[in-house]
Design a protein around this ligand. Structure first.
Ligand code: DGY
Length: 319
């Protein structure tokens, strides 16, 4: 059984594969493989363990060949994988839901506080040794107490973010394909609203939906026009959900007050219009970046691979 791990993953994940009797062919460098190296490396693989930086498309599936049974992504998001192309070849796809919920919700809350309270801007003042003095009117932000958080995509991460926001005194509305468990809705006093109502009522909009054809550019010019000029947008989901140029334009024309971004439309490239704005806080896709979370993601992906290799059902299949 040839299991190819296409990016460097934590040792904990490799141990799962080794303890199950497999000898994974694992990429061990910090930098990602070139596309050419990747296409060569996957040839003849039975199972691929992939990172979100690898595009799994028809070309890669072709390069892997007819033995390929599964692609086990080390991420909850799987917009790097052409699931339909996998399905057409009977290749299973798995992801890593659950294990990164809290880490990602922490980053969403961090971005909400950083954007509303101008924390990155403040830190830049200190680091650049710009003269400053405490003043009644100096660097005022917006408090979150009694403000409305609008969650777009009320899955596990959306709910975990809403829980944290509630502790900060925010009230919660959400827009999602389906109603959430009534117990959780009542715990959070969270109301399901239409997308337009969410846009017009929220003081902070936090994105937690998957990235796919139906959510591509879910946020564009028309949506920013519906938001309050005092509202902030936070994205810890995936970059392509937001039309990044429309966001720059909305910030420039003060259609909205600011944005906190952990993900980018053309990651790792950043729209130059965002780079010098004080009303934007940007992080390099840190949502799941804790030691224990990355271990858990790698182990879950490896356990999916082991299950499939042993003809058992995967723990967390996609679709
Ligand atoms: C995921 O798992 O989709 C996260 O974005 C990784 O950080």
């Amino acid at each position: 059984m040839k299991i190819v791990v296409t990016g460097k993953i934590p040792r904990a994940g490799l141990e799962v594969l080794k303890n199950a009797g497999f000898k994974p062919d694992a990429w061990s460098q910090d930098s990602a493989m070139s596309r050419g190296e990747l296409l060569a490396k996957v040839a003849g693989a039975d199972i691929l363990v992939t990172l979100l930086t690898e595009k799994v498309d028809a070309e890669l599936l072709e390069a892997a060949g007819s033995n390929l049974k599964a692609v086990c992504n080390v991420a909850v998001g799987y917009n790097n994988i052409d699931v339909a192309a996998c399905k057409a070849r009977n290749v299973l796809v798995t992801n890593t839901p659950g294990v990164l919920t809290d880490a990602t919700a922490d980053i969403a809350i961090a971005l909400i506080l950083m954007t509303t309270r101008r924390l990155a801007e403040g830190e830049r003042v200190i680091r650049s040794q710009t003269p400053w003095q405490w003043g009644m009117h100096y660097m005022l932000g917006a408090g979150v107490m009694n403000r409305v958080l609008g969650v777009v995509g009320m899955g596990a991460i959306g709910i975990a973010t809403a829980r944290r926001a509630k502790v900060c005194g925010m009230s919660v509305i959400y827009h999602s394909r389906s109603e959430i468990d009534p117990k959780i809705a009542s715990e959070l006093s969270a109301t399901r609203v239409s997308f337009d109502d969410l846009l017009s009522q929220s003081d902070v909009v936090s994105i937690h939906c998957p990235s796919n054809d139906s959510t591509h550019h879910l946020f564009g010019k028309a949506q920013f026009e519906k938001m309050k000029p005092t509202a902030f947008l936070v994205n810890t989901a995936r970059g392509p959900i937001v039309d990044e140029q429309a966001l720059v334009d909305a910030l420039e024309s003060k259609q909205i007050a600011g944005a906190g971004l952990d993900v980018f439309e053309f990651e790792p490239k950043i729209n130059s219009g965002l780079l010098h704005r004080d009303d934007v806080v940007m992080l390099p896709h840190l949502g799941s970046a804790t030691v224990e979370t990355r271990d858990a993601m790698a182990m879950l992906a490896a356990n999916n691979a082991v299950a499939i290799a042993n003809n058992r059902a995967p723990l967390t299949p996609v679709g």
